[in-house]
Write a protein that binds this ligand. Sequence first.
Ligand code: IPE
Ligand code: IPE
Ligand code: MG
Length: 234
Amino acid sequence: MKPCEHLAIIMDGNGRWAKAQGLPRSAGHLAGADNVRTIAIAANELGVKYLTIYAFSTENWKRSKDEVSYLMKLPAYFFEKYMKEFLDRGFRIRIFGEMDDLPKATAAVLQEAIDESKTNTGLSLNICMNYGSHREILLAAQQYARDVASGKASLDLDEQTFEQYLMTKDIPPVDYLIRTSGEQRISNYLLWQIAYAELCFVKESWPEFTPDVLKRCLEEYNNRDRRFGGVTNE
Ligand code: IPE
Ligand code: IPE
Ligand code: MG
């Protein structure tokens, strides 16, 4: 079985984790941000080439003003603390999501991380920020329609060409999707890209998701039988 090349994670349960310890939700998000660094390093060591994490969805704007504002400040904390180490390790940062709608300072921090790491060839750490799969597919369709209207694209659209319009255009499909904290739903995440992904739902919340849990999940992946609609050769 081919090892997992592209791992996607829905980092869920920060708020409940914090509440269980008598802490504000923001403390859960802070612990969650630190855990991104731990898990990115562990995933890299376990052979993952692309790690795509859900940091803020297009639906998360519904949260309180204070919580949204805290989440928007986390990238500055995160990259200030860890970017040097990521660069030393050869990580490349990509952002999926509409950066134009983020606060200017947040977008600037993210853009700097993209620019500083764009020639790196190690782990691609893809952070989904103001990301929603419906929005991604809709934007792709709009751009394709514009390209047809201007004569840049032909009406014979195939899957490969359509993928070039998605935010994930340069990276392979998701092999494995993990969601933490016991919820069993996709929450508008990478709908096109997970078409044939293996799914894994763990009870641990994101701040509790340790490298050992990741290892256990990847071992489970290695025992899955991915058939892609075919038949396993005995
Ligand atoms: C995941 O944790 C982080 C984000 C969605 C930003 P939550 O904040 O969803 O935590 P719970 O699910 O409320 O516990
Ligand atoms: C999904 O988690 C989004 C992120 C992890 C960023 P949510 O906590 O927002 O998802 P729902 O609302 O429970 O589906
Ligand atoms: Mg949640």
